[in-house]
Write a protein that binds this ligand. Structure first.
Ligand SMILES: Cc1cc2nc3c(=O)[nH]c(=O)nc-3n(C[C@H](O)[C@H](O)[C@H](O)COP(=O)(O)O)c2cc1C
Length: 473
């Protein structure tokens, strides 16, 4: 693979690491998200990244304070991209839509509108959702199971495409001489009636400049893979290891080919959290501080009693996981004590792995003046992250390694806290990526930037659609 990587910003204003909002100077108040959104958009566009990407979550609750603070309260993704459409000029704008709960007509309308307003920079990330509380927020008794969610998702995406094709590209005539405004033959209903989705159409928004804005799909199950392979332009997969990602990417490409697509028309993207500074040591100091800012039960009054405080954040819980006896004297340690070599020697594989992760990411060790503490271990165990830590060269090495291993066509870049870490990525890592030819895509529309072929138009290729269209005339 030699094509430049796709690189977009996965924007979480409160930061992608749960203690990020506590970092000195970090954005910590969703009531002022607008300013951070504008700043991140400007930085991303100046760095010539491919898109800004907004995830979604359809419920909230006090448990998220510790688990995923950025899910507690934030601007909804379609609102965020529409807001940023007005303050950006070139960058792609991708919003997540949950097909389990969203209405296909409203989704087609909003995304076609975004595509028109931005001259072809819109994209949509379709997910089926993993949050059971979403059901009660949408008048449902329960969150549907995986099969039912994907049955609906398959119909949803088809309905979306049919709606986007409501208008032939030349159906808007506007002949002032004859007074003919539209060619009514070029205006088609979707007339889609599935088991889960029904929508008549046509769409009351003109033809989107990209015809079909790029479709992203994020998920992990076999049904997710099948949906990505047949429908997605970008598959967003979770992967921490390049060999695993390469295998998933190969599987997705093979499935895409089996469904009649060119494998290169399905790009596989992985999320990554680069912790960037001018030097490797300075980047490790940032991770060190982030770990120390993770709230853990250190015996101080109150914290462990807070609503929904996670139970896995104490020495006792860590030692339980490490299989160390309940009467062991290690349990008497204070969280800020250094982990001794003797204690580490007793760790089973998983705990030893956590220790190694802390050492490599923070530069701390079991000996010397800069020692790993129990607090570090508990934090790293309870709040794991896809960190890639270092100066510009280390970050670029990582991107290059994944590309050369066939593990990814691109990255969704998350920032541990905003806006400083995103700015560090843009100002320090991106120039190095560019110097190595790892980034540098171009194109007027998002489809072009992503290197995607023309969309497969249903009305030309699909007999069902042709039949419906004929019946409607
Ligand atoms: C990298 C990645 C990012 C995701 N982002 C979101 C998101 O923003 N909102 C959401 O509801 N689900 C998101 N998901 C979850 C999936 O869309 C899906 O709902 C969940 O994984 C359950 O489906 P599955 O069993 O097919 O994986 C994401 C999944 C992955 C792998």
């Amino acid at each position: 693979m030699t094509a430049p990587l796709i690189v977009g910003a996965m924007v979480r204003t409160l930061g992608a690491y749960p203690s990020g909002w506590r970092y000195p100077g970090a954005h910590a108040d969703p009531r002022t998200d607008a300013a951070v959104l504008r700043r991140v958009a400007r930085v991303a566009e100046d760095a010539d990244l491919d898109y800004l990407f907004f995830g979604d979550w359809l419920a909230t609750g006090p448990d998220l304070e510790f688990r995923d603070p950025y899910l507690l309260a934030r601007i909804d993704p379609l609102s965020a991209v529409l807001y940023l459409a007005g303050v950006t000029e070139r960058i792609g704008l991708i919003a997540t839509v949950n097909s389990t709960y969203a209405d296909p007509y409203a989704t087609a309308r909003a995304t076609a509108s975004l595509d028109l307003l931005t001259g072809g920079r819109a994209g949509v990330n379709l997910v089926t959702g993993a949050e059971p509380r979403a059901a009660a927020n949408h008048g449902r008794d329960a969150h549907a199971d995986n099969e039912a969610r994907y049955d609906r998702a398959e119909e949803f995406v088809r309905a979306l495409r049919l709606m986007w094709e409501s208008w032939d590209a030349d159906a808007w005539v506007a002949d002032t001489g004859t007074g003919v405004l539209i060619d009514a033959d070029g205006l088609r209903p979707a007339a889609f009636a599935g088991a889960h989705v029904r929508v008549e159409g046509p769409l009351n928004v003109a033809r989107p400049p990209q015809s079909h804005p790029p479709i992203v799909h994020a998920g992990t199950s076999p049904r997710s893979r099948a949906l990505a392979a047949t429908e997605a332009d970008l598959a967003l997969i979770a992967a921490g290891d390049p060999a695993v990602a390469a295998a998933t990417r190969a599987q997705l490409r093979a499935l895409a080919e089996a469904s009649g697509r060119r494998p290169d028309d399905l790009k596989v993207i992985v999320p990554v959290v680069p912790v960037v500074a001018e030097t490797d040591a300075a980047a490790r100091a940032i991770v060190d501080r982030l770990l120390l800012l993770v709230p853990i039960d250190d015996g101080a009054a109150g914290l462990a009693e807070r609503t929904a405080f996670p139970p896995n954040r104490s020495i006792a819980s860590f030692l339980d996981v490490a299989g160390i006896d309940p009467d062991d004297p290690l349990r008497e340690a204070s969280v800020d004590d250094p982990v001794t070599t003797a204690a580490a020697a007793r760790f089973p594989e998983a705990a030893a792995h956590t220790l190694e992760t802390v050492r490599s990411r923070t530069g701390r060790d079991l000996q010397g003046g800069h020692r790993v503490t129990w607090r570090h271990l508990i934090a790293a165990h309870a709040v794991p992250a896809n960190f890639v830590v270092g100066g510009p060269r280390a970050i670029a090495d990582h991107f290059e390694l994944w590309r050369d291993a066939g593990a990814a066509d691109g990255f969704n870049v998350l920032s541990a806290f905003q806006p400083a870490q995103f700015e560090a990525f843009a100002s320090l890592a991106v120039p190095e990526l560019r110097r190595r030819g790892l980034v540098g895509r171009s194109g007027e529309t998002l489809r072009e930037r992503l290197g995607l072929g023309a969309p497969r138009l249903l009305h030309a290729a699909d007999p069902l659609h042709a039949e419906q269209a004929a019946a409607a005339r």
